[in-house]
Design a protein around this ligand. Structure first.
Ligand code: 1PR
Length: 590
């Protein structure tokens, strides 16, 4: 019937759901937009991709009457798929931008034996929380970096299945893509939160806040990231997942397919249960700029110089951006990054071809797309002012999942270190407030400056593995702007810490000295930065063979490694990098 070819989408306009729309269309369905609460109640099949922050989303849902309709729809067990925040909103409460109530969690524990009797423990933890839809018992909390995990949780994890769910039938041991800072917790066994030494604790926490979080009947899978958290729920026709099926490659598309076409039968795969850590990501990067004919091409520099050293000195041309992005997706890249490398001098919203590249790439690439270059406040030739947030929004609308900021982050960090004041007005703060920290990547372009002694500069210096040309044993890493053309009075270490405080969600760490050299990543630099911050760090610049990837993952705390040249020149396929990592015992998505 015609209703079988339509899915209703609840998009309350808080961010980028373009990726999901692309995935639904790719699977051959039409999308009906929810305009009124009745559209929810009349849906045959509803997808709710929550985006933005919990409190803001609930405000919108409550004001529009959509919240009430969602409650009714899910309570009636109508076909529902929540994604990311669309899972979290089904719970009782969240700590994310709670503005109303202050709860003191009183967690009373029972059901375990202590001195032959039952015991109570009062666990005092203050939480300002905000009400959710309240379909599922439990609280949504922030990941805690003191548990040894980087926040946001970004990347690919395999799931631990605790209960059957039709839509998860095809996952097996394969990884799915997460990006979030908050998570719902399963009914926690007491042993998981209290260290009672000799006491065997096997009870359940009965009240958070004064209400049972016994959501066992809902939980279909979990994952461990500084503790167990809920990765999917399902009961009857109501499903929700914390990860992003629309960004999880083929396996993600199969989850959507199972939800969208429940009547079709698919072959079954056995779901694995092996423990999984967050997989290390392998990212393909496309430096994009116009060549001398004005066509956008993928180029690649040697220490940031992208012009051929021979003949006409033309811009090196390594292919077409949309085609290469599609190729890398099919080859197994975990993410694809576009860097508009002349964005610092050209206004990106004037650069419509770049937006078109994004639009077209995102129609066929179902892993995360990052785009950078030229994100800053700008006044055009007609005197019209654009904020960096407007520039970023245009990138998000065109299909980016994350944006990256280079030069503007350097100026912002310099100012912040001088004044120690968070103005709330910088690009980092504004964009992360609206789109979430996880959507804001800071691209650092440092250059090594050798020193005889670390006390020769006020910036953080390290002892280098390979001494400088005059035998110098130390170096500091100077930040640059405008594609490496200008050095600034701030080090990569100082910048990284400042941007983390300002709300950046990830660092893309290049190194001008290593770029395009194929001699390996700058381990000294990557160690320095990945140990200094608790947000994920992407190592970049210098990969020349598969062994360089295992080296960077075994010797530093980088969460991902990015390369350009070796992939463009087809020297090392992405798949063989992954296989090598797997052989070295490093978890990757295959
Ligand atoms: O300053 O916000 O407009 O952003 C400009 C962005 O463009 C920054 O992210 C900056 O890193 C990038 N960029 C500017 N100029 C260049 C250039 O090459 N002339 N490219 C450039 C940066 C570095 C990596 C490269 C890795 C891996 N290129 O993107 O892909 O070094 O290369 P390899 O594997 O071949 O060694 P703003």
């Amino acid at each position: 019937s015609s209703s079988d070819s339509v899915v209703t989408l609840l998009d309350y306009g808080a961010g980028n759901v373009r990726s999901l729309r692309n995935a639904i269309r790719y699977l051959g369905l039409e999308i009906k937009e929810v305009q009124t609460p009745e559209d929810i109640l009349n849906a045959d099949r509803l997808i709710f991709p929550g985006v933005g922050a919990f409190g803001t989303a609930m405000d919108v849902l409550n004001k529009t009457g959509m919240g009430e309709a969602l409650r009714e729809y899910t309570e009636k067990d109508r076909p529902f798929l929540g994604i990311c925040l669309g899972l979290q909103l089904l719970f009782d409460y969240s700590e994310e931008n709670g503005h109303g109530k202050v709860f003191v969690y009183e967690i009373s524990c029972s059901g375990f034996s202590l001195n032959n009797g039952s015991a109570f423990l009062v666990y005092n933890s203050q939480c300002v929380s905000v009400d959710g839809l309240g379909l599922i018992p439990g609280v949504v909390r922030r990941f805690d970096p003191s548990n040894g995990c980087r926040v946001p949780h970004i990347g690919w994890n395999a799931l631990k299945f605790v209960k059957h769910a039709d839509i998860l039938e095809d996952i097996g041991n394969q990884h799915v893509y997460f990006v979030h800072s908050y998570h719902a917790t399963p009914a926690i066994s007491l042993a998981a939160i209290c260290n009672f030494g000799c006491i065997e604790a096997r009870g359940f926490i009965h009240s958070i806040p004064l209400q049972s979080p016994e959501n066992d009947e809902w939980v279909t899978s979990t994952c461990n990231y500084g503790g167990d958290f809920i990765t999917s729920i399902g009961r009857g026709n109501v499903n929700a997942v914390q990860f992003h099926p629309e960004k999880s490659g083929d396996v993600g598309l199969s989850i959507l397919r199972r939800f969208l076409f429940p009547k079709l039968s698919f072959s079954k795969k056995v779901n694995g249960r092996k423990a999984s850590k967050l997989a290390k990501r392998v990212i393909a990067c496309l430096d994009v700029r116009a060549n001398d004919n004005g066509d956008l091409v993928v180029t690649k520099g040697d220490q940031y110089d992208v012009r051929e050293q021979t003949g006409e000195n033309e811009v090196r041309n390594l292919g077409k951006p949309v085609e290469l992005a599609g190729q890398y997706y099919r080859d197994g890249a975990d993410e694809v990054s576009f860097l508009n490398i002349t964005g610092f001098r050209d206004f990106p919203l004037g650069d419509l071809p770049m937006l078109e590249v994004l639009r077209r790439a995102s129609e066929n690439v179902f892993v995360p797309l990052t785009v950078g270059g030229g994100i800053r406040d700008f006044t055009d030739a007609n005197g019209r002012y654009y904020s960096s947030l407007e520039v970023a929004s245009e990138y998000f609308r065109s299909g980016a999942d994350k944006i990256s900021i280079g030069s503007d982050a350097v100026y912002t960090a310099e100012e912040y270190l001088k004044t120690k004041v968070k103005t709330g007005k910088s690009s980092i703060e504004q964009i992360s407030r609206v789109y979430g920290n996880q959507a804001v990547v800071i691209s650092i372009d440092p250059r090594r400056i050798y020193l005889n002694s670390p006390s020769d500069v006020v910036f953080k210096a390290v002892r280098v593995t390979n001494p400088g040309p005059n035998g110098e044993e130390y170096a500091w890493y100077q930040c640059t702007v405008n594609g490496g053309r200008e050095g600034r009075p701030i080090g990569a270490y100082e910048l990284a810490k400042a941007v983390e405080e300002l709300g950046a969600g990830e660092i893309l760490l290049n190194c001008i000295d290593c770029d395009g050299q194929g001699k390996g990543f700058d381990i000294d630099l990557i160690k320095l930065i990945s140990d200094a911050v608790s947000i994920p760090v992407i190592a970049s610049s210098g990969a020349g063979c598969a062994e360089h990837f295992s080296e960077v993952f075994s010797r530093t705390n980088a969460s991902a490694a990015l390369a350009a040249g070796i992939f463009h020149r087809k020297e090392v396929p992405i798949q063989s990098v992954k296989e090598h990592l797997l052989n070295e015992g490093i978890e990757v998505r295959i």
